[in-house]
Write a protein that binds this ligand. Structure first.
Ligand code: PMP
Ligand code: GLN
Length: 389
């Protein structure tokens, strides 16, 4: 094997994901984990029951169809119509994946050639960088900067080159909580049409918007035929361990993504697909209640972090809050997060790892509020020790 590194150069330096690292640190130190975004309360019991029943009744225990079970594809199409007024043919325009993570991987592996450039909103969700790299493409960040974390659309125009193939957006945006406005999306769409670019949109937090409105870019003129929309059941139904996600797009795009997907996992877990089909058909009261619960928790943690001395950027969407640690006399989010469990028994995520321009994210730290109120209150109590006297 000689001196050649085992990990290929596309993945060199990608190490362990920050979420795995920080959740392991939380377990090892017995800290409250406000790092990795997973709820500490499971989703609706009726949906859990549907999964258990499917297993016990032999539904989905053997390989389900590659594109996903017809019941789930129909439910995904109904959901897109019901919430976004978008109509997709469940047979040719919907693909079920192993979470949004596989949808992202399959989409990028299917659509990119080595040497292509991808413009993505920075900070980027960690798997984007890895998947762009695995596809042999290059990422070009459009940096969302504090304090507003809005995209600079003039800058976007300057990033487009003859090699640009694809714009990768994420709204509501993890980790900043930015929800792209109708005007911002219209400007992005106009550039995509003008330069004939594909758009991949990660909308896993589509139901978690507070005050703002979530707009799917696929609904804009000229976008349907060039957009791959991605979402997942994990966040919306609080079953992040089930890993059921999906892609909606026109038949040619779905066919391309499915070609890659079938050699990644072939299919995703069968019984959970039956349960997610039921979940997607829950009444509006479920979605409203879910949002209202998280809004209360957002406000609780925003107030607590502010009182603890952080500069807090209140998110319009997602279940994450980005903060700046500078007022605490701190500069480096990575060092701060590594020390935080020892100092106060709380785990958070340093936003710097989601940036190529690390300086723009150096002092930023993300906390999640998808936890029980008592847990959030205890974390706030512990973090109040940080306040400079
Ligand atoms: N995209 C974003 C922006 C996320 O925050 C996450 C984490 N849930 C994912 C994709 C991955 O979703 P899933 O767990 O369904 O693979
Ligand atoms: N999406 C989750 C977050 O941003 C993490 C999921 C994962 O660990 N891959 O915290």
């Amino acid at each position: 094997m000689g001196n050649r590194p085992l990990l290929n150069r596309r993945l060199a330096g990608m190490g362990t994901t920050i979420f795995a690292e920080m959740s392991a640190l939380a377990t090892a130190t017995g800290s409250i984990n406000l790092g990795q975004g997973f709820p500490d309360t499971d989703g609706p019991a009726s949906v859990a029951r549907a999964a258990a029943d499917a297993v016990l009744n032999g539904r989905g225990n053997q390989y389900p169809p590659g594109p996903g079970i017809p019941e789930l594809r129909a439910a995904i199409a109904e959901h897109q119509q019901r919430f976004h007024g978008l109509s997709y043919d469940p047979d040719t325009e919907v693909l079920v994946t192993a979470g949004a993570t596989e949808a992202i991987a399959a989409t990028l592996l299917a659509l990119l050639e080595p040497g292509d450039e991808v413009i993505a909103l920075e900070p980027f969700y960690d798997s984007y960088a890895a998947c762009i790299a695995m596809a042999g493409a290059t990422r070009r960040p459009l940096t969302l900067r504090a304090p507003d974390f809005r995209p600079d659309l003039d800058e976007l125009r300057t990033l487009i080159t003859p090699r640009t193939r694809l714009l990768l957006i994420n709204t509501p945006h993890n980790p900043t909580g930015t929800v792209l406005t109708a005007d911002e999306l219209a400007a992005i769409a106009a550039l995509a049409v003008e330069h004939d670019l594909l758009v991949v949109t990660d909308e896993v937090y589509e139901h978690l918007v507070f005050g703002a409105t979530h707009h799917p870019i696929a609904a804009l003129p000229g976008m349907r035929e060039r957009t791959v929309s991605i979402s997942s059941a994990g966040k919306t139904f609080s079953f992040t361990g089930w890993k059921v996600g999906w892609v909606t797009a026109n038949p040619a795009l779905v066919t391309a993504v499915r070609t890659a997907k079938q050699y990644l996992t072939y299919v995703s877990a069968g019984p959970f697909q039956y349960a997610v089909a039921e979940a997607l058909r829950l009444p509006d009261s479920y979605f409203d209640g879910f949002r209202a619960d998280l809004l209360r928790k957002r406000d609780l943690l925003v107030d607590g972090l502010t009182a603890a001395g952080f500069r807090v950027f209140t998110p319009e969407g997602t279940y994450f809050i980005t903060t700046d640690i500078t007022p605490l006399g701190e500069k480096d989010g990575i060092e701060f997060c590594r020390a935080l469990p020892e100092r106060c028994g709380v785990v958070a995520i340093p936003n710097a790892v989601f940036y190529d321009n690390t300086e723009a994210g150096r002092s930023l730290v993300r906390f999640t509020f998808c936890k029980q109120e008592a847990v959030i209150n205890e974390a706030i109590e512990r973090l109040s020790k940080l306040r400079k006297r």
